[in-house]
Write a protein that binds this ligand. Structure first.
Ligand code: ZN
Ligand code: ZN
Length: 396
């Protein structure tokens, strides 16, 4: 089956690369993926899949019908980032300030290629396959929006799988295992308020600047002194805003940052400690302090059984030595976590190469490596076949 897919893809390779470059040249931001979603839905319909548009606004779900076995879900993200592309190649972004700098153009085409191949060749699928094209992975939680829009009630699956390209990993190599893969991601905003006034008389009005500066230097210490060293957490102060002139003490200074975590225990302790700092600062500096803590993305935790199916598929497709099952989780975050909270499944990393195409994601010179399309699509095709075979075996 592996060879059959590789041969089929070779005949369609140029078409899929052209499509990937077309998407790259026309990037769209979160929940505005109208052109992309229309192309995706039109192609899937033309290939004979049953297509549902407008799931969580710009999301698309395509279904390939099969037998009575429980369905599998495969997910790709479609959105781009609000940044200016610095590449000069022909397929560079045509939209100022918007760029496919995370390779979601590649993920979309990978899933399209798999859907087309399976729709043309799979004559007796044991169960349905739902191809999920989600909006707004970057910052806006499109994965959560799809789950809240009834994704898994409307398209029930026994397991759901997602992948992301990984610059720095050789093309064709796949990283997958059970357990934590990407960190949870929360953000916090402190607002420090004082009466303010003339810079010559800080004693009269309180000093929001000094209080905010103390906060910014104290907060990272929460991790080193109150979180078990074996439980990975990053707390980063990433923004301080306040003040307008040499001789004015501002009335308000903001201190913001992010927290990356894997365990709910660590997340809870961080929240508790931030609140203690809020109270402590109020007392020691005589200022008013407000704290807003927002939970953004939970961690991606791969289900062990689903990961085993994915490992089997990856080895069958790519070969034993191309599949890495021991690697450290990354502190970045991914909203596929919302789908994994709702259903078991696994998230895989697909090598994007270390060379010219391997430039890091979210860099203005990044580009998805077209040579990875065949590897991602071949992996999805093999995974569907393995998923139904394994299910059949375990159901007996
Ligand atoms: Zn990204
Ligand atoms: Zn991404």
């Amino acid at each position: 089956m592996t060879a059959a897919f590789a041969a089929w893809f070779a005949a369609h390779r140029d078409e899929f690369i052209a499509l990937r470059r077309d998407l790259h040249a026309h990037p769209e931001l979160a929940f505005a993926e109208n052109r992309t979603a229309a192309i995706v839905a039109d192609r899937l319909e033309a290939w004979g899949l049953k297509v549902t548009r407008g799931v969580a606004r710009t999301g698309v779900v395509a279904t390939l019908h099969g037998g009575p076995a429980a369905a599998i879900g495969l997910r790709a993200d479609m959105d781009a980032l609000p940044m200016q592309e610095a590449n000069g190649f022909a397929h560079r972004s045509t939209i100022p300030g918007v760029m496919h700098a995370c390779g979601h153009d590649g993920h979309t085409v990978i899933l399209l290629a798999a859907a087309r191949y399976l729709s043309e060749t799979a004559t007796a699928l044991s169960g349905p396959i739902h191809f999920i094209f989600q909006p707004a992975e970057e910052n806006e939680g499109g994965g959560r929006a799809m789950v809240e829009d009834g994704l898994f009630e409307r398209f029930p699956v026994a397991a759901v799988f997602g992948l992301h390209n990984a610059p720095g990993i050789e093309v064709g190599h796949i990283h997958v295992r059970g357990g934590p893969i990407t960190a949870g991601f929360d953000v916090f905003d402190f607002v420090v308020r004082a009466q303010g006034g003339h810079g010559a008389w800080p004693a009269r009005g309180g000093d929001a600047i000094t209080a905010a500066a103390a906060l910014a230097t104290q907060l990272p210490g929460i991790v080193s002194r109150h979180i078990d060293a074996a439980d990975s957490v990053v707390l980063a102060v990433t923004r301080i805003e306040g003040g307008t002139a040499y001789n004015i003490l501002p009335t308000e200074v903001r201190v913001s940052g992010s927290v990356r975590w894997f365990s709910h225990a660590a997340q809870g302790e961080i929240r508790r400690r931030l609140e203690m700092h809020r109270q402590g600062l109020t007392l020691s500096y005589g200022v008013e302090v407000e704290l807003d803590y927002q939970c953004r993305y939970p961690p991606v935790i791969n289900d062990n059984d689903a990961a085993q199916v994915a490992i089997g598929a990856a080895r069958a497709w790519a070969g034993e030595d191309q599949v890495i099952t021991e690697f450290a989780p990354v502190m970045g975050s991914e909203d596929f976590a919302f789908m994994l909270e709702a259903r078991p499944g696994a998230y895989l990393l697909l090598g994007n190469g270390a060379g010219e195409g391997g430039c890091h994601v979210h860099s203005p010179r990044y580009d998805f490596n077209d040579e990875a399309i065949v590897h991602g699509a071949g992996l999805w095709v093999t995974l569907c076949q393995r998923f139904f075979t394994d299910q059949g075996t375990s159901a007996d």
